[in-house]
Design a protein around this ligand. Structure first.
Ligand code: NAD
Length: 485
């Protein structure tokens, strides 16, 4: 199946596809050519409340299923994702804008794997028989689902990021009300079709489209929602933390990942990793290489290799098999990228490549792969999250300055360090305030089971996603004691 989505897409609530209670729809638009791809139901607070009520019943049904049943359900979703690989990848390319061959299929495959791994891992997550002091007493503990999860997701990986929550929630027996980002609603609808085919109890997974500040806000604050899984910006994360205060939350927020190139590093290897980190998904990655912190002395060969890598990027129609970078997803992100580039150049940065939109490619959301040298540390390109295809280079003099610059940012999600010296690798790995530090790999290197999340005291979130860590986060320890005297 590779047909384009041209039809109306509605909510999935209580085991039924259904329109909004007021019948509202909004268009879904391609970022590559601004053409309408279909229409999506626009939900409101009433739709959100209906979904929460359904999810409460869904949780009761899930709670009766064994871990083996739940793992089989996860495998059925994975089977459907694999069966619908073409339509999922095509929708991702058309609506999100990522290249079909180079990225979209990979995201779909990761989603299928995410379901399989979550089901399998929770099956084997054993509890404890806890020794107790009192004769005639026994105690056991095990991980139990929390109940109903509100899951709110962004548009940059609109298939795989939802699965990072939906799969562990299903594996552990939590029902879900899922509110996806509006600019990738069709991707959400296509993933939901796979879940629907897996024949889960009514209300187990509910999808409600609509504006985050309305539908998402209602879900987060609703007394019938027991836990929150959110991936998005620090500003929205702060609003959600306040609205859902007291509820267990996984908050996966923004990043501004530095790639740190030490003076003993191989500059070509570091540049290729920086290019991968800055240009993959047009830089719209929380663990992207948002900036390069380069030791003085190595900046020239590094910049030369980075420019060569930028020139190899083939920007264009995401559906073209030769394309390696598509458009940005939406006008807000394009405006921010443009503003950060202008700020960096005004403050004395030197434009080495790109720096502009490419409207001739079909829409003004195409932004050229950009490299900017001599960026001053105070520029937005270094201090804030750009979320676009820009590699800003900041040159510094000593290891201490490099560590201080890395840690000066508000964010602390992912970083990478290039060095041939094991002792320096450890020093930087331990000193950099980021949840993930990759030595001699791109800042964005990650596998589904590795713990991922923000460093303490930073604006990159709370808690850890990945494998058993998400399963622990969406469950709580239940203790039962027995008197057998
Ligand atoms: P965003 O915060 O604007 O939106 C995220 C989601 O929240 C969307 O579905 C949106 O509709 C919803 N939302 C908005 N306001 C809301 C409210 N008041 N209440 C409830 N929901 C609300 O973020 P975005 O622009 O979609 O995504 C980009 C951001 O996500 C970047 O900062 C990026 O770094 C971050 N991100 C983080 C990770 C991670 O794992 N840490 C992964 C991907 C993206």
């Amino acid at each position: 199946m590779t047909e384009t989505a041209t039809t109306d897409h509605v909510h999935f609530i209580d085991g039924q596809w259904q329109p909004s209670q007021d019948g509202a729809f909004v268009p879904a638009v391609s970022p590559a050519n601004r053409k309408e791809l279909g229409r999506v139901a626009q939900g409101d607070r009433v739709d959100a409340r209906t979904a929460v009520a359904a999810a409460r019943r869904g949780h009761e049904a899930l709670a009766k299923m064994s871990r083996w049943d739940l793992a089989r359900a996860c495998n059925r979703v994975a089977d459907e994702i694999e069966k619908r690989r073409d339509i999922l990848a095509t929708t991702l390319a058309q609506e999100q804008g990522k290249p079909l061959m180079g990225e979209a299929y990979g995201e779909v495959d990761a989603a299928a794997l995410g379901y399989r791994e979550a089901g399998e891992l929770f099956k084997w997550m054993a509890g404890e028989v806890i020794p107790v002091e009192t004769p005639g007493k026994r105690a056991i503990s095990y991980r139990a689902p929390r109940g109903v999860y509100g899951v709110i997701t962004p548009w940059n990986f609109p298939v795989n990021i939802p699965v990072e929550y939906l799969a562990p929630c299903l594996a552990a027996g939590n029902a879900v009300v899922w509110v996806p980002a509006p600019s990738t609603s069709l991707c959400a609808a296509r993933l939901m079709e796979c879940i629907v085919e897996a024949d889960l109890p009514a209300g187990a997974v509910n999808l409600v489209h609509g504006p985050g500040p309305v539908v998402g806000d209602e879900v987060v604050g609703h007394a019938g929602v027991d836990g929150i899984g959110f991936t998005g910006s620090p500003a929205t994360g702060a609003a959600i933390a306040a609205r859902g205060a007291g509820k267990p939350m996984l908050l996966e927020l923004g990043g501004n990942g530095p790639v740190i190139v030490l003076d003993d590093a191989d500059p070509v290897r570091a540049a290729e990793a920086a290019a991968a980190g800055s240009f993959f998904n047009a830089g719209q990655v929380c663990a992207a290489t948002g900036r390069v912190l380069c030791a003085r002395g190595v900046q020239e060969p590094f910049a030369e290799a980075l420019l060569a890598a930028a020139q190899k990027v083939k920007i264009g129609d995401p559906m073209d098999p030769d394309t390696t970078m598509g458009p940005l997803n939406n006008p807000a992100v394009a405006d921010k990228v443009e503003a950060h580039v202008a700020d960096g150049l005004e403050r004395g940065g030197v434009l080495l490549a790109g720096g502009h939109r490419m409207p001739d490619l079909g829409s003004d959301l195409f932004f050229a792969p950009t490299v900017i040298g001599d960026v001053p540390p105070g520029a937005d390109l270094n201090a804030a999250e750009t979320f676009g295809p820009v590699a800003p280079i900041v040159v510094l003099d000593s290891d201490d300055e490099l560590i201080a610059a890395a840690n000066a940012a508000r964010h602390g999600l992912a970083a990478s360090v290039f060095t041939r010296d094991l002792a320096r690798a450890f020093r930087f790995g331990e000193a950099i305030q980021a949840g993930l530090v990759n030595i001699n790999s791109p800042s964005s290197y990650w596998e589904l089971h590795l713990p991922f999340g923000g460093a303490p005291g930073k604006d990159s979130g709370i808690g850890r996603l990945g494998g058993k860590h998400t399963l622990q986060a969406v469950t709580e320890i239940k203790t039962i004691t027995f008197d057998i005297s």
